[in-house]
Design a binder for this molecule. Structure first.
Ligand code: MG
Length: 384
């Protein structure tokens, strides 16, 4: 029995993880839930899963949950809050495996603490790897802690990598849906509205990640994530636009063989893979091969999607620059959704923030968070 700590339990990855626990009650149980701000859902999950510990975003929410649990006859469940509460969940002595699915850098400290505590990680939070990949992977290597990617592309790469040695890998090919604007004439990019950008062709996701896939910055973050997770330079990670999103990614080996991972477009599959690794339990997530009528692969257009170029540049620089890329994007996407800047203002804001970012390699999570705040400040200053 693997006992899980789920960070971000009320988000979509958290809920999919719980549906896996539901399907495999003999394999998985829930030791800890870090739930954020959704009190109702946190209460329902706590009643259903009976974890040892639950964390909410604020002291006030935690107090309300504790009172409700007492009334419900569950006073023994510990209720904590804030970032210290998330750390208490991720390092709880009864947790054997941590699913890191809190969006943004908020999950960083708890993920790092879990690695230091020797707990295997299922990583759904790409910002962690982008902002602190060097620190997290070094800590994981030192303690021999596996970090299993839940992001669909990296999960596919992880699967393909199992058939060869690290030194035999020539290129990691990340597939990208290309977003809704891959054929839009370049001169129309400036007038893209938030409504147009929020319509994603294949995946239903949160607002920031949907905009990030329209600008392809999401793929840029994934390039950096791949470099860190698989310990390869940016030159060995390439992007191919694959609108069907059926091939989740590919690995090309030095002998010329290319391996691809194909499966249904359902996050439960990468989650199950991460939870069960190195085993492969039987699941009902089957894929109909007859659906493979055709598969298109195109080169990404760096002119339409300057965020890809910016991500390669940040990946090459390392240290402060990937942190700034992620932070500046988050601020710029917010401004775009509030109609304060045009769609093309997203890459231009990131570019200006990157240009003003000092070179440097944070050595601690506190330094990473400081660099993140610094980059956010300079993005806000540029946009005000
Ligand atoms: Mg992805």
């Amino acid at each position: 029995m693997k006992r899980l700590a789920i960070l971000g339990s009320t988000g979509s990855i958290g809920q999919s993880t719980l549906s896996i626990v539901e399907q495999f009650p003999n394999r998985y149980s829930v030791a800890a839930l870090a739930a954020g701000r959704n009190l109702e859902e946190a209460f329902a999950q706590t009643l259903r899963w009976r974890p040892r510990i639950v964390s909410l975003a604020t002291e006030e929410l935690a107090g309300q949950l504790a009172a409700r649990l007492k009334t419900a006859g569950l006073p023994e469940i510990e209720v904590v809050h804030g970032s210290a509460g998330t750390v208490a969940c991720s390092t709880h002595p009864e947790a054997d495996f941590v699913v890191s699915a809190i969006v943004g850098v908020a999950g960083l400290e708890a993920t790092h603490a879990a690695i230091l505590a020797g707990k295997p990680i299922g990583l759904a939070n790409k910002e962690c790897m982008v902002a602190a990949g060097e620190i997290l992977t070094a800590a994981a290597r030192e303690r021999n802690v596996p970090i299993l990617p839940i992001d669909s592309e990296h999960n596919a790469v992880h699967q393909c990598m199992r058939v060869g040695q690290h030194g035999e890998v020539k290129t990691i090919w990340l597939t990208a849906s290309g977003g809704p604007f891959r054929h839009l004439p370049l001169n129309e990019f400036a007038s893209i509205t938030p409504e147009q950008a929020l319509k994603h062709p294949t995946w239903v996701m949160g607002r920031r990640i949907t905009i990030d896939s329209a600008t392809m910055l999401n793929k840029g973050l994934e390039i950096i994530e791949a470099c860190r997770l698989f310990n390869v330079p940016p030159s060995q990670v390439r992007v191919t636009v694959h609108p069907q999103s059926t091939v989740h990614s590919l690995v090309e080996f030095v002998d010329g063989s290319i391996l691809a991972q194909i499966s249904v477009t359902d996050m439960r599959l990468p989650i199950l893979y991460a939870l069960a690794y190195p085993e492969r339990p039987a699941s009902t997530l089957t894929f109909d091969l007859a659906a493979l009528r055709h598969l298109d692969f195109e080169q990404p257009d760096f002119e339409r999607f300057p965020c890809l170029r910016l991500a390669y540049e940040a990946a090459e620089m390392g240290g402060n620059h990937p942190i700034a890329l992620n932070a500046a994007d988050e601020v710029a996407v917010e401004a775009f959704l509030e109609r304060r800047i045009p769609f093309t203002g997203i890459p231009s804001t990131i570019e200006r923030v990157l240009a003003s970012t000092p070179e440097g390699h944070p050595a601690t999570i506190a330094e990473v968070l400081a660099a993140d705040r610094q980059a956010r400040q300079s993005a806000h200053a540029l946009l005000s």
